[in-house]
Design a protein around this ligand. Sequence first.
Ligand code: GLN
Length: 276
Amino acid sequence: MTIADAIRAAAERLCTTSDTARLDAELLMAHVLGVSRSQLLLLRMRDDAAPHAAGFDRLVERRAAHEPVAHLLGVQEFFGLEFAVTPDTLIPRGDSETIVQAALDCTPHDACVLDMGTGSGALLLAFLHERPDAKGLGIDASAAALAVASANGQRLGLTERAQFVQANWLEAGWAHDLGRFDLVLCNPPYVESDAVLDPDVREFEPATALFAGPEGLDDYRAIVPQLGKLLVPGGVAILEIGAGQAEAVGAIASESGFAAETRRDLADRPRALILR
Ligand code: GLN
């Protein structure tokens, strides 16, 4: 059996689980062979799938049971960088690159950045990677997530400019001693508590990173009133928002005296609010 045959069979096995069955199969095969996806293209017609068949089949079966590819590979690409991910962190989404791009567009040089709910560290570390003069702090309520973020800081050679500290914005006094920042980034939980999510997300990603009360707004209500204390005068906060939340989060921002500008993602949906 060639590698191409094994990939084709796996893609068929996965087509009811995944919208990207073929891509998933290729990524899993590249992973078991220890090659990149482009190297995989060169190997496709080789007859050497057999020695790897057992390992590949195990991964395909886990994917068929909805385990995300990022968990099976242990990594996810985001903003052109490779991040380690575990079930303790949200898997970085392509849509969230909107936040990094907006941050790069509207932040002055030598910025000091706070990433709230940093998870894998993706937003903060992608920003710092693009801006060698910036430094930043990532906070998260989850110690396990912070360990992943620190490992990613090391992996990307950013440990001197990125610090990670445990803090929970749902607890009183959490913002004391953090200081003030030129830029605050935040991809908070914003999913409505009764939303029906894909099993890939619901069963495998941390609920604390997803759900935020009946309207998905609880975390914005906790965070936005604190932003004034966390920003230097003229500082900017960029919040990721869910589908249809621009107006409600804009209203929460306006109650705290912020003007909000909307940024759209690659699918042209409002994805970020820039607060000034
Ligand atoms: N975009 C994520 C999802 O729809 C939710 C991320 C979040 O709540 N911050 O699965």
